[in-house]
Design a protein around this ligand. Structure first.
Ligand code: DX5
Ligand code: ZN
Length: 223
């Protein structure tokens, strides 16, 4: 599978949200990553349903919604109704993860689980078969523009091995500090979805930044 680019709208200029979404529509990105923060699971608050609904009205790409919230199970239906097509909950926020994953799928969405940097991938062994996506946080969630945590490479390799050993097609998504410099190495380790906030929206040319990330060819990689 050719890798997917998911620009994170968190890094866009919210005063010109429509323009940012239109830019993504014109780009080679397949997904748009949407960070929902509640000020409880993470020490920051981003935005909620009205903004997601406004994005949905304009966006032609898959809406990849990353819930950095406690008790996500309470709001799954609302997020699905507001346009989420991929819903990712945090392992650390779900007591009944298996039930929450089933509920996401019942809504017709792809189900993802995100792991904080300190959470080992092996904790997903007993639910991996149920998942469409695992999001490995490569920064501590809560803010864009943070520095990439190098340990992530080992987590990608371990997760990739776990998925291939049960012949499970899985989106392995990397979120936080993804850049033009580390993207190739992330893909080589086994990632297939790259979230990019600052690397896209803080660049001089977001369309070009996305095209560059998309054009990385694993077959000709020398890293
Ligand atoms: C962090 C968010 C990320 C963030 C990525 O809590 O989950 O999706 O927007 O931003 P960059 O790419 O700037 O690290
Ligand atoms: Zn995110």
């Amino acid at each position: 599978m050719k890798h997917i680019i998911a620009p994170s709208i968190l890094a866009a200029n919210f005063g010109q949200l429509d323009e940012a979404v239109e830019q993504i529509n014109k780009s080679e990105a397949e997904w748009l990553h949407i960070d929902i923060m509640d000020g409880r699971f993470v020490p920051n608050i981003s935005f909620g349903f009205p903004v997601l609904e406004a994005i949905q009205k304009k966006c032609t790409k898959v809406l990849d919604v990353h819930l950095m919230i406690v008790e996500p199970e309470k709001y799954l239906q609302r997020f699905a109704e507001s346009g989420a097509q991929v819903i990712t909950v945090h392992y650390e926020a779900c007591t009944h993860l298996h039930r929450t994953i089933a509920a996401i799928k019942q809504l017709g969405c792809k189900a993802g689980v995100a792991l904080n940097p300190h959470t080992p991938v092996q904790l997903l062994t007993n639910v991996l078969e149920e998942l469409d996506l695992v999001c490995l946080m490569s920064v501590n969630p809560g803010y864009g523009g943070q520095q990439f945590i190098e340990k992530t490479y080992q987590k990608i390799e371990a997760l990739h091995l776990m998925a291939t050993s049960i012949a499970k097609p899985l989106f392995i998504e990397i979120d936080g500090g993804v850049s033009q410099q580390n993207a190739a190495q992330l893909l080589k380790a086994g990632a297939n979805v790259l979230v990019a906030g600052s690397a896209v929206f803080k660049s001089n040319n977001p369309l070009k930044a996305i095209a560059n990330l998309k054009s990385i060819n694993l077959d000709t990689l020398t890293v």
